[in-house]
Write a protein that binds this ligand. Structure first.
Ligand code: SF4
Length: 367
């Protein structure tokens, strides 16, 4: 297939869904680890297309959602420091922290700017030399190289007022944590497409080897996802779990060497705090000592009260796949996209927002 609309061909999709149904004899559960996949799966009604033997769960794939409340509280505290500009991706601004949000901080006078790329944040620093510009560095392996590039750019151009709050997270370690916990039994993993463009397929190899769980890297169109499920069903039916790439137009086994090099140069692996999961060793990226003058954690000190989770919100359970948004008592009642209680309803990649939008049949996307 050459054109993107061919990956949305409904006749081919239904044929593939029939093939999956013919193959599938065992009841299995597959989990996607990418907020983009969560939205595509719900948007195109993939859960309704696959046979009842295939249960689909969402995992910790939304970068805004997995950002721990304590880290968000730190970003809000930094925003209140004098002469500081916070630069952040849009979704973060509306996520409720323990006592406030970035949006509320902005309403009280904090200088918070929404950016669409890390380059924008560097430009803000260039334009405001008398201020300190702190970029809230959330995201997975997909955004880490761009954040690394922004630090190198600031270094090259001797921009001394640019900082990053390093909150980047790594996908394979959190997959391991979920598999180790056994809280949710997983037979197959729909591996993230964009993350895998950067890291390739090799980092998932421990999963079939140590856990007997199949891994297939998927693209984002309906046929990509159905093809991924077909491959997973075949692996599980045959009892031959392995790592496969069903997104060959985007992913190479070795990943993107240049992006990996950028990450390696600027970051080192450290622990990260995940909402709903806690501190996971070796699952985060910290700024290396040679670039520490760009590290907001080192350059600024803020005092924080103990973090509090939003009352009644089950985002932590939703992120681990231990509950669906429909099992949260606040869903569609007090928690809506206009008045979100937790990050999973704020973010464009959050499972609650996706269930809210596409849980209504007329909102499903025809293809
Ligand atoms: Fe949290 Fe709202 Fe999702 Fe419930 S519906 S888990 S309150 S974001």
């Amino acid at each position: 297939m050459k054109f993107i609309d061919e990956y949305q061909d409904s006749k081919l999709a239904r044929g593939l869904a029939r093939k999956i149904a013919q193959r599938s004899t065992k009841t299995i559960r597959v989990m996607e680890f990418c907020g983009g996949h969560t939205h595509a799966i719900l948007r195109y009604g993939i859960r309704q297309l696959v046979p009842k033997t295939v249960e689909m769960k969402s995992g910790p794939g939304c970068p805004v959602c997995v950002t721990a409340t304590a880290d968000l509280d730190k970003a809000i505290a930094l925003a209140h420091l004098p002469d500081v500009i916070i630069a952040t991706f849009g979704d973060m601004i509306r996520v409720p922290g323990s006592y406030s949000s970035l949006q509320q901080a902005k309403a009280k006078g904090a200088d918070i700017r929404i950016v669409y790329s890390t380059t924008d944040a560097v430009e803000i620093a260039k334009d405001n030399p008398e201020k300190s510009v702190i970029f809230i560095g959330i995201g997975f392996e997909t955004t880490a190289p761009t954040i690394a590039a922004s630090i190198l750019k600031a270094q090259r151009e001797q921009i001394r007022n640019f900082y990053v709050l390093p909150l980047n997270k790594l996908t394979p370690p959190v997959m391991k944590v979920l598999l180790d916990s056994g809280e949710v039994k997983i037979d197959g993993i729909v591996c993230p497409g964009h993350v895998s463009v950067v890291i390739g397929s090799h980092p998932y190899e421990f999963i079939p080897r140590d856990y007997g769980v199949g891994c297939v890297i998927s693209g984002f169109e309906p046929l990509d996802i159905l093809l991924c499920i077909d491959r997973l069903v075949e692996q599980i039916e045959k009892g031959e779990p392995k790592v496969e790439i069903a997104y060959r137009r985007g992913v190479k086994p070795e990943g993107n060497r240049k992006a990996l090099q950028l990450m390696e140069d600027v970051f080192e692996i450290g622990e990260a705090n995940w909402r709903g999961i806690g501190i996971v060793p070796k699952s985060g990226l910290k700024i290396r000592a040679k670039y520490e003058r760009f590290d907001a954690d080192k350059a600024f000190s803020v005092s924080l009260k103990p973090p509090k989770e939003p009352k009644g919100c089950r985002c932590g359970d939703v992120i681990r796949g231990a509950a669906t948004p429909l099992e949260c008592r606040l869903f569609r009642k007090t928690c809506t996209p206009e008045s979100p209680v937790g990050p999973c309803m704020v973010s464009g990649e959050g499972a609650c927002a996706a269930h809210y939008q596409y849980g209504i049949p007329e909102n499903l996307q025809d293809f």
